[in-house]
Write a protein that binds this ligand. Structure first.
Ligand code: ZN
Ligand code: ZN
Length: 113
């Protein structure tokens, strides 16, 4: 017998399937919870919280300078500057007005069930 045996091939196949399942599990979980919320009459996006975490600042309210959503500020806005210390430059998130949350696009403005 030479090369890869049938059982080794099967083992590789099972390993690949397990890997796929592990990778896909969070998505499946999110899908299930979304359908559960929908069946309960809840908003599938926010669970009736009416707000969701801002995707522009990850719920922090500020974006780091040079972040993925960099933009031209109207003013030179910075924190911790002026004493020679290394300033922690961050910008107010315009996506959520520094609240870190934005109104849920799915259910905001709709009457609560
Ligand atoms: Zn934000
Ligand atoms: Zn919602």
């Amino acid at each position: 017998m030479d090369g890869i045996t049938a059982s080794e091939v099967a083992g590789l196949g099972v390993g690949a399937i397990l890997f796929c399942v592990t990778v896909a599990a969070p998505k499946v979980d999110a899908f299930i919870s979304a359908s559960q919320r929908r069946s309960l009459g809840m908003c599938k996006k926010c669970g009736n919280l009416r707000v969701i975490a801002c995707s522009g600042c990850q719920g922090v309210g500020f974006t780091k300078n040079g972040g993925p959503f960099s933009f031209i500020p109207t003013d030179d806005f910075s924190f911790g500057d002026g004493n020679g210390n290394a300033p922690v430059r961050s910008k107010p998130c315009t996506n959520c007005n520094t609240k870190g949350r934005i109104n849920c696009p799915e259910c905001h403005g709709k009457p609560q069930i």
